[in-house]
Structures are given as structure tokens and as C-alpha cells.
Design a protein. Structure first.
Lengths: 87, 524
């Protein structure tokens, strides 16, 4: 199974749902951060794609937001291989 | 090796302590200087005092700005409620609000030292330096002894985080409840505490998601009920004034400039803090302090670019950096790092020995980077030795200078001339036989006259399309104000245009390095 799907499957096994409440693992945190970062990237780029009337392309604030979103996604990806270690 | 270095370590630690104690001494001087000044030092202080006066009368400051005196506040209530008993005892005055802020900053420093001592393995000296480092920051120094709610928000945040970092892992329900109550207090002191609340619940969700969700539900319910009550009691003005009108333009140059300044001034704290964050991210569990630091630095940095924001938006992240850097040095000096198997070959003993020199040297470097001092009188010899001269006023040096937009242009000591200038403006209000409209509330309060309007709030409302101002404009057009005092032209454009058409410049009075323009009604 591809790593992303393995990760999504791991997310569905959150301990507290079974009354365990043992906390998230590094892998689960990594997946959450990767997804949040990726979603943010898409959302920020979509501002330009949907806002037809605006001039000037990606502005400085948007560039900053893109950088933060990309870093978040990258940090998340680096955490996924750390597996079941507690986050 | 560490035995041979011990005397040098102690010597350097003494130097770092002396340097940070000097910074604290200047902070004390600044506070005492401000306590004796009865007018606005930082724009906005007077309106926080007006809010406190409203609360002391059992009234809310979230009011209809279309009716005389056109006043409303956009700040949550707690700090002003805390100041209200002082209004009962001493009447409207600035000193007790400034004292509350100063005491709040001391409590924050103590809580930081406590966290470093408790969670860093009992290194007393590093704990002391961590607390002093917080007070030495230029950003903390500025806002600490002002009649502004920001410092008290940080105090509640720091107390909440330090308490929760210990109580939540121990499943101490009383401690968790108290910690979340303090967090709620922070939010009802200033809206910016939302970033700390986000960090707290993110960390709680990482540790025990089920328990975190139950506490989050209780927290949201308690916060929501207060919100609802405020809105009902103010006839909807709380929502309108404190939430809807509290959105401003984003100035990216300001956010970037302040972020670089934060980095430059606090680098000696930020490097060890970032190293501990990375260690926890990849080799240990993430602590509340790390998540708090990362989120408040990022979100505070972004928020600092909004119009009206400034360097104070970084103060929470500075508190977090003080805690993290203190824990980093405590563990390094004690050689108490827990490393995974593949890193057990690291020469931690040697690292610990080197840290005996680097830790105090970095605190010394930090003290130099954040240096602020008068440069005249008893301080002139020190200024000569350090090779510095006044760079913000003729007789005051601030390492941050005034070059970055949004950096508070305050921090120097006030002179008797400033007091005389304030008295002169009050005299002009007393001489007028009609109401006075002033951009600073302090003059009207000192003259015993109505405080008319809150210029920045009218500006916010105007930008949000929520201010018609017909009654105020009519009063200006009919020249019903005997005198108008402008400082920064914060009023919305229609008000400024009406003032320009119906009033003329009388004189300019310089107080606290600002030119106050005195306007009088034009002759018919």
C-alpha cells in the first residue's frame, strides 16, 4: 500500500476512539501536517486562480503564506518515517 | 575538563547576570519615570483608562458611536475590570494601570524562571537568567509598564502554559481547570491570546486526544457564555466593536521588518530554543513550550503586520523562547540529554563542558543585543565605555533604533518639559468654554471634561462601513468643540475633512516627542 494510504489508515486508528487515549504518533502527526500544508498550498494558489479581476499575480503576503504551507508539509513528510514513536 | 572550566564558567555567569540585572535596573527606572507622568505616553493608554472608568461605574465601554460622546472600545474587558477598583480609590489616573502592567511582567518572568527550574532539572542560575532575559527584551521593555492590556494578557498566557505543561500529563484535573481558566482570562484580556489557546489545545490533542476534546468543549462553552453575555448586555455592540470592526489592513513590510528585528535582537535565545524544538520534534515528544513557541512566533509574526499592531505581538513568543532556551542550557550543562541508540556515541560530556562557556556568553551577547540605556548623567561614563550615544532621543540609546515600521517609538525617559507640555494642553482645554475633542484621552480626563470619541476605533468602524458619524460631523460643522487636539490624525477621513474645513491651526505643543496640533474654530 502506498505510504500516504498507510498513513491515512494509521490516522483512523487513533487510540482514544478505542478508549485508550494514548496520544498521537510521529507518523500520525506527520500525516496531519503534510495534509494541512498541502491543503493550505492549494487554497493559497486557488486565491489567484479564482480571483480573475486582480492584477499582479502572487503578492508578498501570499508568497510568505506559500512558504509557510510548504515548510509545514515538508516537516510533516519528514515525521512520517518516525513511525509509532509518541509525538 | 569541566572542573578546570568551573571558575571561568562562574565568572562568565556573573558577568551575564550583572548585564541582565543592569537591563532590569533600566526597566525599573523607566517604570518609575512613567508612574509619575499623568498623560498618555503611548497612544491608546488614555482610552484603556476610559474603559476602566466605565467598568468602575458598572457600565460597558462597547457603545453606540453614532451618539455623543461617540466613544467605544474594541478591547476585551478583563484588564480594565482589574483596574476598576483603583478608579474607585484614586479616580482616573495612569499610574495604577502602568503598575499593573509592570507587576504582570514580573509575574511572567517569575513563571518563566519557575518553568525552567522545574522542567530543566533544577538549574537555579539558568532559571534566573531566563526570567531576566524576558525582562531585558526591547519588546517587553516597551510595553511592560504601560496602561495597556497586552502585558497582562501575556502574564495570563505564561501562567496558563507553565501550569498546564505540568498538570495535563499528570492528569491533575484541578490544575488543568485552573490553567484553562487562566487561558480564558488571557483571551478576555486581549484577543491575541487565541494563538496561545491554539497551541495549548494542539498539544493536548497530541498527548491525549479524548481528554483534550472534553476540556476543549468545556473551555468553548465557558468562553462562549461570557461572549454571549457581553453581547446581550451591550445590545450587540460587543460583536460590532470588538470583533467586526477589529479587522485592519495588512502591511507586509511591517511584518517582515518586525520579524527580522525580533530575530536580530533575540538570536541568542532563538538558536537554543530552535535546537530544543528540533530535538523534541525528531528525538523526543513535543512539549507544550515548543508548540507554543512555534505557533506564537509564526502567527504573532504575521499578525504584527496588521495596521495598529507592533513589536508587542512577539512578546508571547519571546516568553516561550526564554523557557525553551533555559531548558536547553539546563540540560546541556547537566549533561542530561536522552539520546536514541544511534546517537549514544556523541561526546555529551565534552559538549557539556563547552556549554559552560557558551551558555553565559550567549546570555551576555543577548544582553548587549537588547541594550537600552540613558546616555547622560550617571550613565555617560558607561555610554563612553560601550561606545554608544543617544539614538532615539539625544539622551537615550535603544539597540533596536527606530528604523523599523511598527516598532514602538517609545522607551526613553520623560523630562519635566514633557510634563509642562501636558499641563499646557490641559490648560487650553480648561480655558475653552465648549467641549474639547482630543486624540489623547488623558488631557480631557485631567481637565475633568468629557472624553469625546476614540479616534482609532472610529477609523476601524469607518473602514468596516459601520460608522456614519452624522452627529459628530454636525457638531464639527457647527463648531461646537471649543478646542481640538490632534496627534497622529487617526480619525476617519470624513472627520478630518470636516475638521479642516471648520477649524484652523492655533499652535503646536511638543510632548513626548510628538507634536500636538491645537485647532480652534474658524471665524464665521
Amino acid at each position: 500500500m502506498p505510504p500516504l494510504f498507510t498513513g491515512l489508515a494509521a490516522l483512523t486508528k487513533l487510540g482514544f476512539m478505542n478508549g485508550d487515549d494514548g496520544g498521537l504518533t510521529k507518523r500520525q502527526l506527520g500525516i496531519i501536517l503534510s495534509l494541512l500544508g498541502a491543503l493550505a498550498l492549494v487554497a493559497i494558489l486557488a486565491i489567484d486562480a479564482l480571483d480573475f479581476g486582480r492584477q499582479g499575480g502572487i503578492g508578498p503576503a501570499q508568497s510568505l503564506a506559500l512558504a509557510v504551507a510548504a515548510i509545514t508539509a515538508l516537516v510533516g513528510l519528514t515525521l512520517i518515517p518516525l513511525g509509532d514513536a509518541p509525538a | 575538563m569541566s572542573g578546570k572550566l568551573a571558575p571561568l564558567h562562574r565568572g562568565l555567569m556573573l558577568c551575564a547576570t550583572a548585564a541582565l540585572l543592569f537591563a532590569f535596573f533600566v526597566y525599573l527606572l523607566y517604570t518609575v519615570n512613567l508612574l509619575g507622568f499623568p498623560y498618555d505616553y503611548d497612544q491608546g493608554e488614555g482610552f484603556e483608562l476610559v474603559d476602566s472608568v466605565f467598568f468602575s461605574r458598572g457600565q460597558l465601554p462597547y457603545r453606540d458611536t453614532e451618539a455623543y460622546p461617540f466613544y467605544a472600545s474594541n478591547y476585551p474587558p478583563l484588564f480594565h475590570v482589574m483596574a476598576a477598583p483603583f478608579v474607585w480609590l484614586f479616580g482616573p489616573a495612569y499610574w495604577y494601570g502602568r503598575l499593573l502592567g509592570f507587576v504582570g511582567s514580573l509575574i511572567s518572568a517569575l513563571a518563566i524562571a519557575r518553568a525552567v527550574y522545574r522542567d530543566g532539572g533544577g538549574q537555579k542560575w539558568i532559571a534566573l537568567l531566563s526570567g531576566l532575559a524576558f525582562l531585558s527584551s526591547n519588546f517587553v521593555y516597551h510595553i511592560g509598564p504601560l496602561f495597556r492590556q497586552h502585558t497582562m494578557m501575556v502574564t495570563f498566557e505564561v501562567a496558563a502554559v507553565v501550569l498546564l505543561a505540568s498538570a495535563f500529563p499528570r492528569r491533575d484535573k484541578g490544575g488543568i481547570a485552573l490553567g484553562l481558566l487562566l487561558l480564558l482570562c488571557a483571551g478576555y484580556t486581549k484577543q491575541l491570546a487565541a494563538f496561545s489557546a491554539l497551541a495549548v489545545f494542539a498539544w493536548m490533542l497530541l498527548r491525549r486526544p479524548g481528554s483534550a476534546l472534553r476540556w476543549l468543549a468545556a473551555f468553548t462553552l465557558a468562553g462562549g457564555l461570557i461572549f454571549l453575555w457581553l453581547n446581550l448586555a451591550s445590545g450587540g455592540e460587543w460583536w460590532r466593536q470588538a470583533i467586526v470592526a477589529n479587522v485592519n489592513d495588512f502591511i507586509h513590510e511591517q511584518a517582515l521588518g518586525l520579524s527580522f528585528l525580533w530575530l536580530k535582537l533575540h538570536l541568542a535565545l532563538l538558536v537554543p530554543a530552535a535546537l530544543l524544538l528540533l530535538y523534541e520534534m525528531y528525538l523526543d515528544r513535543l512539549s507544550l513550550y515548543s508548540i507554543w513557541f512555534a505557533l506564537t512566533a509564526l502567527l504573532g509574526g504575521v499578525a504584527s503586520g496588521t495596521w495598529g499592531a507592533g513589536d508587542s505581538y512577539f512578546v508571547t513568543s519571546i516568553a516561550a523562547a526564554c523557557v525553551l532556551s533555559g531548558i536547553f542550557w539546563s540540560r546541556t550543562l547537566a549533561g542530561s540529554w536522552r539520546m536514541p541508540g544511534f546517537l549514544r556515541g556523541l561526546p555529551l560530556g565534552r559538549v557539556s563542558a563547552i556549554a559552560m562557556l557558551i551558555a553565559p556568553l550567549l546570555y551576555l551577547a543577548y544582553a548587549r543585543a537588547t541594550l537600552k540605556t540613558p546616555t547622560d548623567g550617571a550613565f555617560s561614563s558607561l555610554a563612553t565605555v560601550l561606545g554608544i550615544s543617544g539614538n532615539t532621543r539625544d539622551n537615550f540609546y535603544d539597540s533596536a533604533t527606530y528604523r523599523v515600521g511598527g516598532y514602538a517609538r517609545i522607551g526613553y525617559l520623560l523630562s519635566p518639559d514633557d510634563l509642562a507640555a501636558g499641563d499646557a494642553i490641559v490648560q487650553l482645554i480648561l480655558e475653552a468654554d465648549k467641549p474639547a475633542m482630543s486624540e489623547d484621552a488623558g488631557f480631557s480626563l485631567a481637565a475633568g471634561r468629557d472624553v469625546i470619541s476614540n479616534p482609532t476605533q472610529l477609523r476601524n468602524l469607518h473602514k468596516a462601513g459601520l460608522f456614519k458619524g452624522e452627529a459628530l460631523l454636525k457638531m464639527i460643522e457647527e463648531r461646537e468643540f471649543g478646542v481640538v487636539i490632534l496627534r497622529a490624525l487617526f480619525y476617519p477621513p470624513p472627520v478630518l475633512e470636516a475638521l479642516d474645513q471648520n477649524y484652523e491651526a492655533g499652535r503646536t505643543i511638543r510632548m513626548n516627542d510628538f507634536d500636538y496640533l491645537i485647532l480652534y474654530p474658524r471665524s464665521p
